[in-house]
Design a protein around this ligand. Structure first.
Ligand code: ATP
Length: 552
């Protein structure tokens, strides 16, 4: 099992974008210095007798040039910052998705709402941090440094005073961040609860309606929503405190700069230049205040994502580890397979092309064994071989092509019936699709559907009856002629005619079939029976057909 590599915000191309933003910050700094010198020179000229000297040559065009350059830099800064944020979040989104997609189903039990919060709320917080936090940091720090240089040119005392006030402001903000962090964690937790509640209950609203629980659920949501509102207000209070500290810093810096200018005895022109710089300084100071806010939001979100990414996933095999897909008829060998709490040192052999019924009481581990045979659940110990090769050594795509599973945990996806059939093999030709439809007995279903294979279904196949869904799932599984077909209660929901179609499918299927069923009397075409009990597999003996009914 391996953990994911978390994309870094300043990796690769993003480091260049960041460097571009720092360059823009330096540009802003130079503009601030130039602006302060220009203001100072203009004020000097205002004080001088006009007739003698005339107006400052080039002042207008310099001011216009500085204004245009600043506007252009601001525009460019926004674009670079957004590119930085989007690029990082895009990498993160794909990484998190891939990780969740590859996490064993038993390892990931987050609700859909909590998962979608990772892709919406958390990604927004992280994009803000990169695009408005990191990017602002890149620009604001050089800009702040440039402003302090400009102030030093006017008066070192003024610069030192402003520097001390700014430092005090940052320390104040720093002192507030632990509480901001706590309130942000609480707000996120409450948001996750509301998202999980709403998503699950909306999806299962028929259960609410059937049991008349709409009012109770509404009250529950109201309570959770009110708690979320409270948490958001507490967070807003802290955000307000941070912003207020930033604004107070700006005002105190302006006031103390004037006092310092008075004490230092600087002339009016230099004081005006310093004030012009303080005006410019307002922008980076405000930006840096926001940086603290975005950083805390991103920390909270990143902790949640990192927890998800720490979950182990099935590692991709290195090219050197992959063995050639085995040749053979689909012989399955289970050797000493154990899955904690479910299977205990199970060893059975299923010759290629044969069919076995897997029976046993509820919870005995039939579905678990099927997922082990499919290579989807890795056993804690032991191995499963397909035609003599350990499933773990076979390239995953090849494995999925050779072994197909049908079961209640593999619903249909939103799209058309045809999209669902082709899901496993989008490039399959029409002939292969027609064969899969025929084998699964889906042709009768398609004839009844308003738009035939182009009929749209919702999430999980809503819009079709349970039996219709089952047959679409069967067609999806047999497309491309897998070597092994694992059917988990494939006859559930089927009427006798449809169940006969499943029986025909099993009888006519050229590969190996394992069929989990509670109704063995429907399955005539199996050649042996395995019973799961107490974590062990008993293999039916000579009179197994009688055992099939007795065991099920
Ligand atoms: N996603 C899961 N995560 C953790 N444990 C699970 C999961 N699914 C099943 N189990 C556990 O594995 C054991 C076997 O369950 P399994 O679904 O394999 O039994 P089954 O024989 O197929 O039952 P049924 O006849 O009711 O379908 C049960 O104790 C169950 O609690």
């Amino acid at each position: 099992m391996s953990a994911a590599v978390v994309p870094k915000p300043l990796h690769g191309r993003r480091a260049l974008l960041f460097a571009g933003l720092v360059a823009l910050g330096l540009g802003h700094a130079l503009a601030a210095i130039a602006w302060s010198l220009l203001v100072r020179a203009m004020i000097h000229r205002l004080g001088a007798p006009q007739q003698a000297t005339g107006w400052l040559p080039g002042a207008g065009s310099t001011a216009l040039g500085l204004a245009l350059a600043t506007a252009a830099m601001l525009g460019l800064e926004r674009v670079l910052a957004e590119r930085l944020g989007q690029s990082w979040v895009n990498d993160l989104r794909v990484t998190v998705f891939e990780h969740i997609a590859r996490t064993p189903v038993r390892e990931y039990r987050r609700s859909t709402g909590a998962t979608s919060l990772r892709f919406v709320g958390d990604m927004t917080a992280l994009r803000r941090w990169a695009a408005l936090g990191l990017a602002k940091l890149a620009v604001a720090v050089p800009m702040l440094a440039g402003c302090l240089v400009a102030l030093t040119l006017a008066s070192p005392l003024v610069a030192a005073t402003v520097g001390v006030v700014v430092l005090g402001g940052f320390l104040g903000i720093q002192a507030l961040t632990p509480r901001l962090y706590e309130t942000s964690v609480e707000a996120r937790r409450r948001r996750a609860r509301v998202a999980a509640h709403v998503t699950e209950r909306v999806r299962s609203r028929l259960v609410m309606q059937a049991y008349g629980q709409e009012d109770k659920e509404r009250r529950l949501l109201h309570r959770r929503s009110s708690r979320l509102a409270g948490a958001m207000v507490r967070r807003a209070r802290m955000v307000g405190a941070v912003r207020a500290t930033g604004e107070a810093t700006i005002m105190i810096a302006t006031g103390t700069a004037l006092v310092a200018a008075f004490i230092a005895g600087v002339d009016a022109a230099a004081a005006a230049g310093a004030l012009a710089v303080i005006g410019i300084l307002t922008t980076p100071l405000r930006d840096l205040t926001r940086v603290a806010e975005y950083r805390v939001g991103a920390t909270v979100s990143m902790e949640r994502l990192a927890a998800t990414l720490r979950r182990p996933i099935r590692p991709r095999l290195d090219s050197g580890e992959v063995v050639e897909p085995p040749e053979g008829a689909g012989t399955l060998s289970v050797r000493n397979v154990s899955v904690t709490g479910v299977l205990s040192r199970v060893s059975v052999e299923l010759p290629g092309g044969s069919t076995v019924a897997l029976v046993g009481p509820n919870g005995s581990g039939k579905s678990s064994l099927l997922t082990v045979l499919a290579g989807l659940l890795l056993p804690d110990s032991g191995q499963v071989l397909l035609d003599g090769v350990d499933l773990r050594a076979v390239d995953e795509q090849e494995l999925r092509r050779m072994i197909r599973l049908v079961g209640p945990d593999l619903p249909l996806l939103r799209g058309t019936v045809a999209d669902n059939i082709r899901y496993a093999a989008p490039d399959a030709d029409e002939e292969a699709v027609a064969e899969a439809i025929r084998l699964s007995g889906l042709d009768e279903v398609l004839a009844e559907l308003p738009d035939g294979p182009r009929t749209r279904v919702g999430e999980g196949g809503t819009g079709l009856s349970a039996g219709q869904r089952q047959r679409v799932a069967l067609a999806r599984a047999v497309l491309g002629r897998p070597r092994v077909l694992l059917l988990d209660e494939a006859d559930a929901h089927l009427d006798p005619t449809a169940a006969t179609a499943v029986d025909r499918l099993i009888a006519g299927f050229p590969g190996t079939v394992v069929v989990v069923t509670h109704r063995p009397e429907r399955i005539n075409s199996v050649q042996m029976v395995w019973r799961l009990r107490g974590g062990q597999v008993e293999v039916g003996t000579d009179g197994w057909r009688e055992q099939l009914t007795a065991w099920a």
